[in-house]
Design a binder for this molecule. Sequence first.
Ligand SMILES: Nc1nc2c(ncn2[C@@H]2O[C@H](COP(=O)(O)OP(=O)(O)O)[C@@H](O)[C@H]2O)c(=O)[nH]1
Ligand SMILES: [Mg+2]
Length: 314
Amino acid sequence: MVIEEETRDSYDIAIVIPTLNEEGGIATTISAIKEAIGTKYSFKIVVVDGLSTDKTVEIARSMGAKVIRQRRRGYGDALQAGFYFVDTKLKTTVTVMMDADGTYEPKDIAKMADIIISQEADFVIGNRFANMGKDAMTRTNRIGNKALSSIARRLLKIKVSDSQCGLRAFRSDLANIFYNSTLGMPFATEMLTVINMYHIRIKEIPTSYYKRIGETKLSPVQDGTRILGTTLRLMRDTRPLSFFGSIGMIMIAIGTILGTMVLIEYLTTGSVRRLPTTILSVLLIVLGVQTISLGLISDMIKNKNYDKRVFFSE
Ligand SMILES: Nc1nc2c(ncn2[C@@H]2O[C@H](COP(=O)(O)OP(=O)(O)O)[C@@H](O)[C@H]2O)c(=O)[nH]1
Ligand SMILES: [Mg+2]
């Protein structure tokens, strides 16, 4: 173990870049990173390729990046594989993640590293809305990203403006929680939920966002729906009492309104003529109470299974 530690290459920053057919953007991205960081920090670029069929891998290797191949598919899985590599094969202080499409400003990497190294925060995320280039994001994506961020803030208590921002940096000794957490695959929203769970100190900084080189690998509708589904699942898993509690309360509220209508009718006319409404009202109230009970049980299970790893800052 000690021998392995000593033979690991050591850098200030590891920059993990997932790629899937990015031959148009990878060279620009790597050279812009080299130029932006210069000699301020030592760094290693780790490209995690998802079986690109173009020249991405050759270009990345020829420019000195370490290229690893993910076994499974997907952006989240690629990041996890990259973090695992950095955590187990290199020795670094800061881990950064970034796209290979020229959308992010490489100068922001050093800014983020400054914050982590000075111990001002353990995790830094960009806010693309702060300084968004013209045409950098389609109108649909802009609205969608704002909506997803606002939903995540409300449902998951994640305190960031741009929950889908792909430029992030964190203390490398925290890497293992992102590939080894109880939540399964952490990716964008998942990562932020894990940060909340462990009370990791997060800071948001304004970042630039430029128009993409090459084709996007995400589809707005399909991925937007998936992210929304993930947000709900994460709320169920991490805040079960709020999740089931609010569904139950809504049912009880509707049931009570319907029941009150029936009661008023009974008090004024002396008879109950709306039988279906009466049944629905009772059903909703009973189901509502049951749903809240489910929340209480889930909350108990969650607390029993809670991952008790602790972290500290100096
Ligand atoms: N390794 C790997 N990289 C991926 C995969 N899907 C997307 N990427 C890369 O992840 C980054 C983000 O994807 P991108 O298409 O830019 O998404 P957008 O920024 O939301 O438009 C890019 O560098 C992609 O090449 C995948 O399945 N595997
Ligand atoms: Mg991108």
